[in-house]
Write a protein that binds this ligand. Structure first.
Ligand SMILES: *[C@@H]1O[C@H](CO)[C@@H](O)[C@H](O)[C@H]1NC(C)=O
Ligand SMILES: *[C@@H]1O[C@H](CO)[C@@H](O)[C@H](O)[C@H]1NC(C)=O
Ligand SMILES: *[C@@H]1O[C@H](CO)[C@@H](O)[C@H](O)[C@H]1NC(C)=O
Ligand SMILES: *[C@@H]1O[C@H](CO)[C@@H](O)[C@H](O)[C@H]1NC(C)=O
Length: 225
């Protein structure tokens, strides 16, 4: 009788595992599962997520969810829905998400850094909630972002300026607790004020810093040599 050698068996097993993983990627419901966890972590007194049934093969018919032609989620429209609670890291699995509309709820906790993984995001509207803590500057990596509204929360700390943040103005951050930075024209505590006029006495330390910097760069190249 024909038998597989150990080596053939292992190859066969590897191929089988690969095929299973690929099939579960294609036919599995990873995005639906992620949204279901999102739902389970929220209070939803108006049952706006009523028809989110985990046995569905994808979440594309669920209320407030929109998919593209490949049945991947591109929009979550849940503004004004009386939702309370915190966001979950599984949201980062919605890799094709373009619109995350969660404004005018009662969501709390920090604005999660893992949203940086939603690299297709065009619109992030979280205004009128109870988010607190800093604005993660990693979100500057969302290079497709065109609409950002974080106003009317309880955010504090510096408003980031780099990456996509350079596109937005003070309106995106209005009515928060304690934000600061050039974009909202409010100096951060301990930051140097804009260098308009500096008293004479300040020039020495600056020269010191410049000389220090030049020496540091020079040493660096010397070491590389
Ligand atoms: C989910 O869908 C299945 C199959 O259509 C149905 O049997 C079940 O009752 C639904 N569950 C809920 C909670 O609606
Ligand atoms: C975000 O992406 C990074 C890099 O790919 C990964 O290490 C991290 O686990 C992701 N975070 C989430 C919450 O998926
Ligand atoms: C808002 O959420 C907080 C918890 O974060 C909860 O204590 C409060 O009852 C919620 N308010 C409403 C109106 O749902
Ligand atoms: C913005 O700056 C911060 C810290 O300086 C950095 O961690 C982040 O990666 C930068 N983001 C972009 C998009 O350059």
């Amino acid at each position: 009788m024909w038998r597989l050698t150990g080596r053939e068996f292992r190859t066969c097993l590897a191929v089988l595992i690969l095929v299973t993983v690929l099939l579960s990627k294609i036919f599995g419901n990873e995005e639906g599962d992620a949204l279901y966890i999102f739902r389970n972590n929220l209070q939803d007194p108006n049952n706006v997520m009523d028809n989110w049934n985990r046995t569905d093969k994808n979440p594309c018919k669920w209320n407030h969810v929109t998919c593209n032609s490949l049945d991947s989620v591109v929009r979550l429209d849940m503004g004004n829905a009386l939702l309370s609670g915190q966001l979950v890291p599984q949201l980062a699995l919605l890799t094709n998400l373009q619109y995350l509309e969660l404004y005018a709820n009662n969501l709390s906790g920090h604005i999660p850094v893992y949203l940086e993984n939603l690299t297709n995001l065009v619109s992030l509207e979280l205004y009128t909630n109870n988010f607190d803590g800093p604005i993660p500057d990693a979100l500057g990596k969302l290079f497709k972002l065109r609409f950002l509204d974080l106003s009317s929360n309880r955010l504090s700390g510096p408003v980031p300026q780099n990456g996509s943040f350079s596109l937005f103005t003070a309106i995106s951050y209005a009515n928060n607790l304690d934000l600061c930075g050039p974009i909202i024209e409010k100096p951060c505590p301990g930051s140097s004020p804009p260098a308009v006029s500096s008293p004479d006495g300040d020039s020495k330390p600056n020269i010191g810093a410049i000389v220090g910097g030049v020496v540091a760069v020079w040493c660096h190249y010397l070491l590389l040599w």
